[in-house]
Design a protein around this ligand. Structure first.
Ligand SMILES: [Zn+2]
Length: 81
């Protein structure tokens, strides 16, 4: 049951983000306490040194070209399956 609860929350966030409605979960982390039936929210500050979304990103492409990634792995991030 727990994966279903979290999966629905994640899918809802994706739909909100795609169609541009609501308050997306950006810069925040929700912790679900199933045993206490409580939600907690933490603020997550942006990491300016993040290799993907930081001020000087070094990972700029999805891992969709294995040959190119093998030649230059630091510029590729694994694609989601
Ligand atoms: Zn980032």
């Amino acid at each position: 049951m727990l994966p279903g609860v979290i999966g629905v929350m994640m899918a809802t966030e994706a739909i909100k983000y795609i169609i541009g409605i609501g308050e997306p979960l950006i810069g925040r982390l929700v912790i679900y306490d199933a045993l206490g039936m409580k939600y907690h929210e933490l603020k997550v500050p942006r990491d300016k040194n993040c290799p993907i979304c930081g001020e000087n990103p070094v990972i700029t492409k999805l891992y969709d070209d294995y040959d190119a990634a093998a030649e230059n792995p630091e510029t590729y991030a694994p694609a989601a399956d």
